[in-house]
Design a protein around this ligand. Structure first.
Ligand code: ARG
Length: 462
């Protein structure tokens, strides 16, 4: 009968219940937020005359000791204490006596857990933004050296038009910027303090919710206590934001897998971030990007799991909600390590410019340029230009060459309106640099994009 809530019970909880009911094995991760929340609550109670100065001092020094014990590993985490909130309060009371018993005045574990978990998630939003920022900086750095590195741009994974490697990489920076914006807006929207909502309906004690909100770094106080104690939107949002970010990561990861294959040979991952085979001595495997791709599955699972837990829950707090934490912790850890290792893998990979260039000479990448030339310089309607270009492609195929290497005489045979200035338009360098429309791949446009991302990252206040 050592439970804090044992007053109305006449026999002890079974150990099976303890195992099933407890969250202490994982929610102890929130110990900092829990202690800070209690200290803010205690100072507010004291300012409001609910605790006296001496009681507050005892709570503060007792909590300092609890914090030390947790951090030096001597704190005893017991399943029978159910969760970290009760374990910490119990230990505090064991250290300081009666003052510890007053701490829970005007508070419930329902608002307590909502404060702790929300603050943890808000902090992690910020840390993930920082990690995304440093990944984007690496991408900008690599891009600076590759604004003229030609490679085939693809659609349907088929060679389409020549682009440069910086342009390709910066597409990911556009995705990661949107990711940062999502984490930022979630952080702002959810910066709302649950402390003082108590169990569900508020409290008759004369508390000051503004004071604790400010002390704990929230931007405002929540509006409706019934909503607040059962709101887990902040957790769902970080799960969704991570899933979307990991989906982006899985796309660049897939490209790294393809690019590091013999068939592509566009990059070589460094030995530091590659693995070998236990049987095939020659192998160098891209386990890092494969795992990045694979880990997207688990974060999506975590999102669906919590959406499912929350679906159909009646107001207000229900114990189902305790299932909110493990998936969120897992997704956050997955996001953090994934961002770090992707950054390192990109930083250390070798870019094989010659292979990229060679690939540009396969698949008649300048075909669209020939059609555009016929429109712009020979006054031929696009549909007809498309047909004539098709003939030129067929001829190149017949000769076993790329369209960019076809002889002028062959083109003239296909259509005598074609003039000899056409040859310049067939060159793949020209093709890439011709795409000067806003957001296009031309080197000059890509340099603008680099400046755009540099300015964005500079102004990002993290
Ligand atoms: N361990 C619980 C959780 O994580 C804390 C809140 C429990 N509240 C309650 N009334 N049982 O959700």
């Amino acid at each position: 009968m050592d439970k804090m809530w044992s007053g109305r019970f006449s026999s002890s909880a079974s150990s099976l219940l303890d195992d099933f009911n407890a969250s202490i094995m994982y929610d102890r991760k929130l110990y900092r937020e829990d202690i800070e929340g209690s200290l803010a609550h205690a100072s507010m109670l004291c300012k409001q005359g609910i605790l006296n100065d001496n009681e507050l001092k005892q709570i503060e020094s007792g909590m300092a000791q609890v914090l030390c014990e947790i951090e030096d590993g001597s704190f005893e985490w017991k399943i029978s204490d159910e969760d970290l909130h009760m374990a910490i309060e119990k230990r505090l009371t064991a250290i300081i006596g009666d003052a510890g018993k007053k701490l829970h005045t005007a508070r419930s574990r329902n608002d307590q857990v909502a404060v702790d978990f929300r603050r943890y998630v808000l902090r992690k939003n910020g840390e993930i933004i920082k990690a995304l920022k440093s990944l984007m900086e690496v991408i900008v750095d690599i891009s600076k050296d590759n604004t003229e590195t030609l490679l085939p741009g693809m659609t349907h994974l088929q060679h389409a038009q020549p682009i440069n490697f910086a342009f390709h990489l910066l597409a990911y920076n556009s995705m990661f910027k949107r990711d940062i914006e999502r984490f930022e807006s979630s952080r702002e929207r959810n910066s709302v303090s649950p402390l003082g909502c108590a169990a569900l309906a508020g409290t008759p004690h004369n508390i000051d919710r503004e004071m604790t909100a400010q002390e704990l770094g929230f931007s405002s106080v929540s509006v409706n206590c019934l909503d607040t104690v059962s709101d887990r939107d902040f957790a769902l949002e970080i799960l969704f934001n991570i899933s979307t970010m990991m989906m982006h990561i899985s796309r660049i990861a897939e490209e790294l897998v393809l690019w590091s294959s013999y068939e592509f040979g566009f990059v070589e991952l460094s030995d530091e971030y590659s693995t070998g085979s236990s049987i095939m001595p020659q192998k160098k495997n891209p386990d890092v990007p494969e795992l990045l791709r694979g880990k997207t599955g688990r974060v999506n699972g975590n999102l669906i799991a919590l959406l499912t837990v929350m679906k159909g829950l009646p107001l207000a707090y229900n114990k189902d909600t305790q299932e909110d934490k493990e998936g969120v912790f897992d997704s956050i850890e997955t996001a953090e390590i994934s961002l770090e290792i992707l950054k390192e893998a990109l930083k250390t990979m070798t870019i094989k410019k010659d292979n990229m260039y060679r690939a540009c000479k396969i698949g008649h990448l300048s075909a669209t340029d020939l059609a555009d030339y016929l429109v712009q310089h020979c006054d031929i309607p696009f549909r007809e230009a498309h047909f004539i270009t098709g003939k030129a492609v067929a001829k190149s195929e017949e000769l076993g060459i790329d369209l960019s290497d076809i002889a002028f005489s062959e083109l003239q045979k296909i259509d005598n309106r074609i003039k000899d200035n056409v040859m310049k338009f067939l060159a793949i360098e020209h093709s890439m640099n011709a795409r000067t429309s806003q957001g296009g791949t031309a080197t000059l446009r890509v340099m603008e994009q680099i400046i755009y991302f540099e300015n964005y990252l500079k102004e990002l206040g993290v």
